[in-house]
Design a protein around this ligand. Structure first.
Ligand SMILES: [Zn+2]
Length: 303
């Protein structure tokens, strides 16, 4: 993807006050033509030119063998500034530059992963966290990596992370969290080829109940979501209660998608509304948006 095409994509996004005189000093785009524009002491720079500049700076520093830490900080600031809905294709050069600059430094890897999670660039989040050497990887790093890897379906990487976690003496909360991720991997990736993640769906009930005693709402929400996924073919009402509770913890695209799936046969209107909600919550380029669009398209009566 060229810088020119990145700019073209960004310029289609509308933002700012069209009466404003601000134009990007680098490409000449008006504020109304770009997603965002930054004001500096001597003028303006648009989001697309910021991405391009960060990529150029990183490439130049790498070629000159300069220390990566400062450049990483700049690239990281760019990612922090990026609008959450920026097309992923436009961010590829920035992520490539950032990945090349982490150099296995655990704190840089974590910073990059947190940006990637915010932008729903799950493959990049997993990639960043797996750059942390196994000896330096914390349980929290591994669990976050699992969350990203299950979303993108990277079975070999999931198997490696789970195997490394098996060597660690986990606290009860971490063990429950690991089991939830393993259950999610087993549920989502069961049918396809590759390593299998054997998991008994019936054990999710006790896991959910144990998680209630911890102050860990995000994990409880995820456990409820995974339990709903397992229960939907056995007990639709129980699955619906679980997913509604998970949505009460946090409204997430994956949960709205699942709610829509659970309701598909009994309440097509509510089902469709959930899929639409999933599409509204997901980054347009994310796996969740792709799934939501496929459901909505499939549900539409043919005319
Ligand atoms: Zn520009």
């Amino acid at each position: 993807m060229s810088v020119k095409s990145i700019r073209k994509g960004l310029h289609r996004l509308v933002g700012g006050d069209p009466d404003d005189a601000a134009t990007c000093n680098f490409c000449g785009a008006h504020r109304s033509q770009v997603a965002r524009i930054l004001e500096g002491s001597g003028g303006y720079i648009c989001e697309g030119c910021t991405f391009a500049a960060a990529g150029d700076l990183a490439a130049r520093d790498a070629a000159e063998g300069r220390a990566a830490a400062t450049t990483f900080h700049v690239v990281s600031l760019v990612l922090q500034y990026v609008d959450a809905r920026t097309p992923h294709a436009g961010l590829e050069p920035v992520f490539d530059a950032a990945i090349a600059l982490v150099e296995g430094d655990p704190s840089r890897c974590r910073v990059l992963a947190s940006h990637a999670f915010r932008l729903q660039a799950f493959a990049r989040a997993g990639e960043a966290l797996l750059r942390i050497d196994e000896t330096a990887r914390t349980v929290a790093d591994s669990l976050a990596a699992l969350a990203a890897l299950v979303t993108v379906g990277d079975r070999p990487a999931i198997a490696r992370v789970l195997a490394a976690l098996d060597q660690v003496d986990l606290s009860e909360l971490h063990r429950l969290q690991r089991d939830v991720h393993q259950g999610w991997a087993a549920y989502r990736l069961e049918a396809s080829a590759g390593p299998t993640f054997t998991f008994d769906g019936a054990s999710l009930g006790p896991i959910v109940e144990r998680l209630r005693s911890f102050d860990a709402p995000a994990s409880l929400g995820q456990a409820l979501e995974v339990a709903a996924a397992y229960e939907r073919t056995r007990d639709r009402d129980a699955a619906l209660r679980r997913v509604e509770e998970a949505l009460g913890v946090e409204d997430k695209a994956s949960r709205q998608l699942l709610r829509g799936d659970i309701l598909a046969d009994v309440d097509p209107t509510a089902s469709r509304a959930s899929w639409e909600a999933a599409l509204g919550l997901a980054h347009p380029d994310s796996v969740w948006a792709a799934r939501a669009r496929a459901r909505i398209h499939g549900a539409r009566p043919r005319s």
